[in-house]
Ligand binder design. Structure first.
Ligand code: ADP
Length: 424
């Protein structure tokens, strides 16, 4: 291989100055590029042992240990890796020495790789075009991809889908599709995912905008940009317009020192009311972790007048989240149901973190022993002991608000949940 001489030269340099992390990283990169992944893993292991947080080394190591490609003729350690320019074309699954992706997938029971790929939330479709200031997505996930959360799905169905499907019913009950829905609950528990799934279910476009981002980015022109956002959503209709962190407005409005914030709120209300414009086919879903900070004007009829509480994932949801997180990793003997049972209280984001920790553990152990191995239950269960539910703080705040705040019935659902829970 043409690079061999260069690799040997750098290897000698590394041997001369073993503490030079940058040099060692360079060597690992060259080895990876040359298709000598197992040697790269050893170098990266040495580097990470000295500098556990080295971002470049972690990245390269993860790339070496994560799909998409596994090369068939691994010599020492059976690590999947990115093929270098000279490496042979990857096979769909490797044979005796590389990771056997086929077997790994079968360890996940009835789950086939293509299903996971389509259920990934950020899959881009060929028709997706970045439009103007906000990205317009075409989610392919559906409500059936949302694990568990039956009550929430039923509420979404009643609030949006049933009347959409049945205009007669809509007329009968005087329900129109104006007005939006407010999803609230602790962070990382599926609000965005649900909104995307709803867009997928409706065959609608999806535009997401973080309110604090809008406010920070466009000081002085936030008002115009709120308008632009709605114009873009109307053009893309049918479209789910997801307004994340909607509390940023309420918060800032009450603390407001300047009137410009008030005009942003007013602009948003004007747009929500569809004054001077037709909001037909624009479904506004707003989300917040801090519903108590929402400007009450936003909650009036025809605006964000319906609320849905999105709680930490139930067991079925946790199983789905573990499944999607592990689907693209080299796993062996994973019992998803047991993981779901052992992760009560964790958010979706917490579960993602558990899977990352488990991957790192398997990886580092493999590096230490010189024998790269699959991620197993022991790794995941160990990781579970390391992660505390990030939702606890939120639950404490929610309890205080519900117990001592003004009770106008807004948080009745939350109160009922808390009263039955260990957080009361
Ligand atoms: P939020 O918007 O509430 O902060 P997200 O929607 O970003 O939370 O969810 C965090 C992660 O958990 C996402 O990666 C999402 O895909 C996953 N997730 C949450 N709930 C579910 C569920 N019921 N089924 C499958 N994945 C879920």
């Amino acid at each position: 291989m043409g690079n061999d001489a260069a690799i040997e030269a750098i290897r000698r340099a590394v041997a001369a100055v073993p503490s030079d992390g940058a040099l060692r990283l360079h060597l690992a990169q060259l080895l990876t590029d040359a298709g000598r992944g197992s040697e790269a893993v050893v170098e990266l292991g040495v580097l990470l042992a000295a500098e556990p947080d080295h971002p470049g080394a972690r990245e390269l190591m993860l790339a070496a240990l994560t799909p998409p490609a596994a090369t068939p003729e691994t010599t020492v350690a059976p690590a999947p890796r990115e093929p270098g320019p000279d490496a042979p074309a990857p096979e769909t699954h490797s044979t005796s020495k590389g990771f056997d992706w086929h077997a790994a997938e079968s360890q996940l029971g009835d789950i086939a790789a293509p299903m996971f790929v389509t259920s990934g939330e950020d899959q881009e479709q060929p028709g997706t075009e970045p439009v103007e200031a906000f990205e317009t997505q075409r989610p392919t996930i559906k409500l059936s991809d949302v694990g568990g959360m039956e009550q929430v799905k039923e509420r979404l169905d009643a609030a949006f889908l049933a009347p959409m499907r049945n205009p007669e019913l809509r007329r009968l009950y005087g329900k129109n599709l104006r007005g939006g829905l407010l999803l609230y609950g602790p962070p990382g528990c599926g609000k965005t995912f649900l909104a995307k799934a709803l867009a997928g279910e409706l065959g609608a476009a999806f535009i997401s905008a973080g309110l604090s981002e809008i406010l920070d980015m466009w000081i002085g022109s936030s008002e115009r940009n709120v308008h632009e956002l709605f114009v873009q959503a109307r053009q893309a209709a049918p479209c789910v317009l997801f307004l994340d962190e909607i509390d940023a407005l309420g918060q800032k409005r009450t603390q407001t020192r300047n009137s410009s914030m008030r005009s942003v709120v007013n602009q948003l209300l004007t747009e929500l009311d569809g004054i001077g414009a037709d909001n037909e086919g624009v479904y506004v879903l707003a989300a917040t972790n801090q519903p108590w900070d929402i400007d009450p004007a936003m909650r009036r009829p025809g605006r964000l007048d319906r609320t849905i509480l999105v709680l930490p994932p139930d067991a079925a949801a946790r199983e789905a989240i573990f499944r999607s997180n592990l689907a693209q990793r080299p796993v062996e003997g994973v019992d998803l149901r047991r993981l779901a049972a052992g992760s009560d209280g964790l958010s979706g984001a917490d579960i993602t973190y558990v899977c990352e920790l488990a991957t790192e553990r398997a990886m580092m152990e493999g590096v230490r022993s010189g024998n790269v191995r699959m991620i197993g239950m022991a790794d995941l269960q160990h990781a579970l002991t390391q992660v505390r539910p990030s939702t606890s703080g939120w639950m404490d705040t929610a309890r205080t608000v519900v117990q001592y705040g003004e009770d106008d019935g807004t948080f009745a659902e939350l109160k009922a949940f808390l009263k039955k829970s260990k957080h009361w």
